[in-house]
Ligand binder design. Structure first.
Ligand SMILES: [Zn+2]
Ligand SMILES: [Zn+2]
Length: 143
């Protein structure tokens, strides 16, 4: 778990001023990967009750555009945030409880980037979401 000074360094590295709300949101996003906005607000306000809802929204937007957090939104889900950025990893989503887990890119080549027909586009990124049932939901269904 990175320390406050690591987060300060991250913010400065992205040319963002170090503020309490930014530190609070970064800490929460690191501690709770794939949390939605409401749970991030609740967790931030548990430690820093003076930080407003709007401030958390603003900070999430600033951190996302600075590339310090990544925003994902599987279809049918609200936006989620995570601090694992820069590797374009994929996600697996449980259809029944909504749990999200990270899935590394297929190793070796990048088959997902090799579109069968690129339609003349220069392709830079492929977004893959796997859907299924998580371990808990599979176990619950088997009982
Ligand atoms: Zn589940
Ligand atoms: Zn992730």
């Amino acid at each position: 778990m990175p320390s406050t000074s690591d987060f300060e360094r991250l913010l400065r590295g992205a040319a963002l001023r170090v503020t309490r709300p930014r530190l609070a949101v970064l800490t929460v996003v690191h501690a709770h990967p794939h949390a939605d906005t409401d749970s991030i607000i609740a967790a931030v306000r548990r430690d820093s009750p003076t930080v407003s809802h709007q401030a958390v929204y603003d900070v999430l937007r600033a951190l996302t555009s600075a590339g310090l957090v990544r925003r994902i939104q599987p279809s049918g889900s609200v936006a989620r945030y995570e601090s694992r950025v820069g590797d374009n990893h994929h996600h697996v989503v449980c259809r029944s409880c909504g749990t999200i887990a990270d899935v590394d890119c297929a190793v070796g080549e990048t088959p997902c980037l090799t579109a069968s027909d690129d339609q003349g586009f220069s392709i830079e990124e492929a977004e893959v979401t796997y859907w299924g049932a998580c371990r808990e939901c599979v176990a619950a269904a088997a009982n």
